[in-house]
Ligand binder design. Structure first.
Ligand code: AMP
Length: 189
């Protein structure tokens, strides 16, 4: 079993790379952003609780996010491996994730950060706006999401780095060459 965390700011290409990785390795994909969007779209109790927070571009509190993640893990007892996309975004979430992995006699084997500049991220999201409307891609909300990343989420990187678990991949370039860099990390013995 191989478990992977894919890390990077909004618009870094996590979604695109995740799709390719799932195809190649058969990971169960856990994207907390997608899960929250599903809940808000279907107007579940959880969706009602997080809708305003998400639409503002802020992070959902750890307590809610971690509980939702745990539920998702429990739904997949026979997974060959998990790919976490958009989680963890705080050190508290990273610690909870380690605990869940340990409880299942496994671990997070790779933490891969897509290195993309703020300028590149803003350009990409501006392009995405022309194709797909996401409330949280609107200018003010996007600013908030990027600020959340560079003030809170970024602190997760030293947490993994100190333990020697962090690998950084250049996130600007052709999709295929970024994918190759990621698979080289996963496949190394
Ligand atoms: P994403 O598509 O991953 O950018 O997530 C969209 C939104 O969902 C974020 O702006 C947050 O409001 C919420 N969200 C997703 N993942 C998390 C997380 N791990 N912790 C807190 N909030 C999250």
């Amino acid at each position: 079993m191989i478990n992977l965390v894919l890390f990077g700011p909004p618009g870094a290409g996590k979604g695109t790379q995740s799709e390719k990785l799932i195809q190649k390795y058969g990971f169960v994909h856990i994207s907390t952003g997608d899960l929250f969007r599903w809940h808000t779209k279907n107007d579940t109790d959880l969706g009602k609780r997080v809708k305003e927070i998400m639409n503002s571009g802020a992070l959902v509190p750890d307590e809610i996010t971690i509980a939702m993640l745990k539920e998702e893990l429990d739904k997949n007892p026979n997974a060959k491996g998990f790919l976490f996309d958009g989680f963890p975004r705080t050190v508290g979430q990273a610690e909870a994730l380690d605990k869940f992995m340990k409880d299942n006699n496994t671990a997070i084997h790779h933490v891969i950060a897509l290195d993309v500049t703020e300028e590149e991220v803003r350009t990409r999201i501006a392009k995405r706006r022309n194709v797909e409307h996401r409330v949280d891609d609107e200018e003010e909300k996007l600013n908030k999401r990027i600020t959340e990343y560079f003030t809170k989420t970024i602190h997760v990187l030293p947490f993994y780095d100190k333990q020697g678990r962090l690998k950084t991949v250049q996130g600007i370039g052709a999709i295929e060459s970024i994918f190759k860099s990621i698979t080289a990390i996963i496949d190394q013995k």
